[in-house]
Design a protein around this ligand. Structure first.
Ligand SMILES: [Fe+2]
Length: 290
């Protein structure tokens, strides 16, 4: 039985299974298979392709930036309600809630496109940790991007989700060095990635799969080597109780373009949110999440 309403984190039951806690604590990521149906993926791809091809037709406040080989659509959830189903996806939410005391806030939503391109000689793939623009010195923990585990619970107050809308073969797309979300030692500048000292891995994914990862993980994109463009949706969540990394969401002037649940998801709020309560009730009753 879940106990709700308590403000003490220690009283909060986790929505993660023991296996998921083990895996996330050890590696800093989880893979969820098929969280979105193929029909919905098709619909999203069609909308994204249309917007990239005709940026002048993109509805406000969706924002397009693109060049010959890459592009980003921001605030996509305000352009078509189908995209809300990615940031509010219950299967994904269960994990995100379990990582931040059931209180997630969405502060960024971006659909990223990446095409195969000629790689200039000497250009290397790079890894990074996400920051909000301020690099904390070595030995200091960034409170906005923290990772802790204790008493059988995990507190990862900043979590990224990446839902792919296309199939991703090995050696393409997201790469990371597992376990680096806990590392306190800087990657030596003498080391390159993809060797025994910095073993970056990639993931073979099908359209509709979701990668959930700590942005403290050293991560980055592989060069895209497939003849169709990569399209992936990144949702960034933070512990709603305290953090406001991005003051852009929710966009009050376009409040009418999103649902009440989405508005609540994007708002900084101390109390448990309505959609979170419903998900907890569903888990409590053993109902399937959608
Ligand atoms: Fe990143």
């Amino acid at each position: 039985m879940l106990i709700r309403g308590a403000d003490s984190a220690i009283d909060l039951p986790s929505t993660l299974t023991e296996e998921e806690k083990w895996h996330y604590d050890l590696f800093g990521y989880l893979v969820l298979r098929q969280v979105v149906s193929p029909a919905e993926v098709e619909q999203m791809l069609e909308i994204a392709s249309r917007w990239f091809a005709n940026p002048e037709t993109v509805p406000e406040p969706v924002n397009v930036t693109q060049d010959e080989y890459s592009g980003v659509l921001n605030n996509v959830q305000y352009g078509d309600r189908i995209f809300e189903r990615l940031s509010l996806n219950e299967k994904v939410m269960r994990i995100v809630m379990g990582l931040m005391w059931n209180r997630p806030r969405l502060f960024n939503f971006a659909l990223v496109m990446q095409k195969q391109r000629p790689i200039p000689e000497g250009e290397k793939e790079r890894l990074h940790r996400d920051t909000s623009g301020f690099e904390f010195p070595d030995g200091f923990r960034n409170p906005h991007n923290d990772y802790q585990a204790g008493n059988g619970q995990i507190y990862s107050n900043y979590v990224n989700t990446a839902i792919t809308l296309v199939d991703v073969p090995q050696d393409n797309g997201f790469m990371c060095i597992p376990g680096t979300h806990k590392s306190q030692v800087k990657l030596p500048s003498t080391l390159d990635i993809d060797n025994e000292w910095a073993p970056a891995i990639t993931f073979e994914l099908k359209a509709g799969d979701c990668l959930i990862f700590s942005p403290r993980l050293m991560h980055g994109p592989k060069f895209w080597k497939v003849d169709y463009p990569r399209r992936v949706v990144f949702n960034r969540y933070q512990f709603s109780f305290y953090f406001n990394e991005n003051y852009n969401l929710p966009i009050e002037t376009h409040r009418h373009c999103i649902s009440d649940d989405q508005y609540e998801l994007e708002s900084v709020q101390r109390s448990e949110k309505g959609f979170a309560k419903r998900i907890l009730e569903k888990i409590d009753k053993g109902e399937e999440l959608c």
